[in-house]
Design a protein around this ligand. Structure first.
Ligand code: KG4
Ligand code: ZN
Length: 336
């Protein structure tokens, strides 16, 4: 039959990514142009710098995505694009490029929520069954999401301050790790031991909300106090202790949410879902406490921002007749 090819655009933060996805589950191409090096010296993403990079990269990424997938515009079924949440100037580049392609080639335009995109990275691993729960952990978000059916998302709990990835990046900075710090801290954590007793905020709180700013402050104080006393702390142990605290809270809240809202599947997704400590812990917990719930972990390579996940989510939205018109705008504060 007809090939169902979605051309997907992602530009919400610091990666310009364009992908071609077939039938929502086969990645024909997934070009990712990262700008991390340009943001490193600022210690985080500078919105103006991000927008400029997206403009410079988008045409090249588009050409590469099509040629690597070995398709032409005439082969495409639809164009999907992230329209929020994210940085407004960054989002606008992807939205504008997607609109231009859709308009010029008479293709339907499919609006995709970036966070839904992260969840759909899991669809490259397994079919989705509902109800479903997602633990979404990224640089900007930390959420437990209940998904009653396709496209029906309800946030059960979210962070009240820093996102998990943001906490990694901020404590990483104190240890001299450049942005983004998550992967390095994760590696150090595996070489150290949980010897510092950092707080586990809201672990016993009845809500499904999270808080990481207390942990971050406690970590920074510990390091600064040691510096003042001219004591050098073991960075691997610091990393292991920090990570244990983050993982404990994420796992505990997920466990309780699953007790209260039983689901067929749990999807672990977002940039921080690449964390090996978190993956191991959730895998073990699910096996021991929720054997009836299938765990779907987004592939490590697709945890960070990429357009393939937008293509997967866009495919489902397309089937549900979701369409945007030429007045589609970026929605930086978009929620589910
Ligand atoms: O989803 P993502 O690529 O961008 C956002 O939408 O935010 O997530 C990026 C975040 C960064 O904060 C980065 O430090 C974190 O994910 N991260 C990790 C790991 N790999 C990336 N955090 C912990 N452990 C990792 N292995
Ligand atoms: Zn993201």
């Amino acid at each position: 039959g007809e090939r169902n090819l979605i051309l997907a655009f992602e530009s919400s933060c610091d990666e310009t990514s364009i992908a071609v996805v077939e039938d929502g589950r086969t990645i024909l191409s997934n070009i990712i142009a990262t700008q991390i090096d340009s943001h490193k010296r600022f210690g985080g993403v500078v919105p103006e710098v991000a927008s400029r990079h997206h403009i410079e990269q988008v045409t090249r990424c588009l050409k590469e995505a099509l040629s690597k997938a070995n398709v032409t515009y005439a082969d495409l079924t639809a164009v999907a694009v992230t329209y929020g949440p994210g940085l407004v100037g960054a989002l606008l580049i992807g939205v504008t490029a997607a609109k231009a392609v859709a308009f010029a080639h008479h293709l339907p335009l499919i609006p995709v929520n970036h966070m839904a995109g992260h969840i759909y990275a899991g669809r490259f691993v397994s079919d989705f069954e509902f109800p479903q729960m997602a633990l979404l952990v990224s640089g900007g978000h930390t959420e437990l999401v209940y998904i009653e059916s396709e496209n029906d998302f309800k946030i059960l709990g979210e962070t009240r301050d820093d996102a998990a990835g943001e906490a990694y990046d901020k404590i990483g900075r104190v240890l001299g790790v450049t942005y983004p710090a998550g992967k390095t801290i994760d590696q150090w954590a595996h070489q150290g031991e949980d010897t510092f007793d950092f707080p586990r905020a809201m672990e016993k709180d009845a809500s499904y909300d999270f808080s990481f700013s207390g942990l971050k402050s406690s970590f920074i104080n510990t390091v600064h106090n040691a510096e003042q006393r001219k004591v050098t702390l073991n960075k691997e142990d610091l990393a292991a202790s920090f990570q244990q605290s983050v993982v404990d809270v994420l796992a505990e809240k997920t466990d309780r949410a699953l007790d209260r809202f039983p689901v067929k599947q749990l999807v672990l997704a977002g940039g921080v879902a690449a964390n090996l400590g978190l993956r191991e812990r959730i895998e073990r917990d699910m096996h021991q406490k929720h054997p009836a719930t299938k765990l779907i972990m987004a592939p490590i390579k697709l945890c960070g921002d990429n357009a393939a996940m937008i293509g997967a989510a866009g495919y489902v939205a397309y089937q549900h007749q979701k369409r945007a018109q030429m007045d589609l705008n970026a929605e930086p504060g978009l929620s589910f």
